[in-house]
Unconditional design. Sequence first.
Length: 107
Amino acid sequence: MIKTKRNAVITGIVILGIVCVLFLIPHLFSSANMAAGEATEAVFQERLLEYAELGLHYDEKVSGFFYNEQRVRRLVDVPSLFQYDNGIVEITITRNSKGEIIGFYIK
């Protein structure tokens, strides 16, 4: 009888642990994704400021970049790549090891 109760308690604890883990895993991953998303958004905002100095602007309505009022078809800024189907201009930005822009090439 004692073994049966002990086994029932152990089984209950194991099941409770599994349920807790299954409940917590999505929350842990969503928090990690939010933190990564916030960091990515901060980097994107910093880059937008740099791009504005070069005459490159981002239009949120069409979710695309423009240079001299022309839609950018492809923007390469390692590690980022933005590519759109209906753009005209191709822009490549190069950076040094400190992350500073050292080249701005337009095709």
